[in-house]
Ligand binder design. Structure first.
Ligand code: CUA
Length: 175
């Protein structure tokens, strides 16, 4: 029997360069942070991707139907749909009033070019495209003014394209 003693120094070893080890560790950490942020934002905070709730003809969408008379429509107890039309350089309606606690689903379309719709202080921030109805829902539990702006550059008047949503006590709300 041959008994060969192998000392630890003689064993074949899988070497990782210290710098490579550092970068591997950083990469795994960064990916873990991104994955955690994604999970926390979707599960914990209800972040949602803007949905496409329909296709429309931008040349006729304001002739009839909900986009002919855009505005707030009550759909249930405390739930509303806000039909909105974006165009260069305004939102119609430019002013919205909802009662405190309202769950508002924004359905918005453009009749000319690509716009954006971002409501300050909420998760609502979506692209608004001609031919498409973009949809996101937000609940307004706090009283106050929530300005909304166009969040996609849409030419010279982009910076002026804005409006405001006010949240009032339910007893002051007039549909
Ligand atoms: Cu509309 Cu920018």
């Amino acid at each position: 029997m041959t008994d060969v003693e192998v000392t630890p120094e003689e064993r074949p070893r899988f070497e990782i360069d210290p710098w490579e080890r550092i970068w591997l560790t950083i990469s795994v950490l960064v990916l873990s942070v991104f994955a955690a942020a994604l999970i926390i934002s979707t599960v914990g905070f209800g972040f949602d991707l803007p949905g496409v709730s329909g296709r429309v003809d931008p040349t006729t969408v304001t002739d009839e139907g909900p986009f002919a008379t855009p505005g707030l429509v009550e759909t249930g107890d405390g739930t509303y749909v806000a039909y909105m039309v974006a165009r260069q350089y305004a939102f119609d309606p430019g002013l919205l009033t909802v009662p405190q606690g309202a769950e508002v689903t924004f359905r918005i379309t453009s009749i000319d070019v690509q716009h954006g719709f971002k409501v300050a202080g909420t998760n609502v921030n979506m692209m608004v495209l001609p031919g498409q109805i973009s949809e996101l829902t937000a609940t307004f539990d706090d009283l106050g003014e929530f300005p909304f702006v166009c969040s996609e550059f849409c030419s010279i008047g982009h910076a002026q394209m804005a409006g405001s949503l006010s949240v009032v006590p339910p007893e002051e709300f007039e549909p």
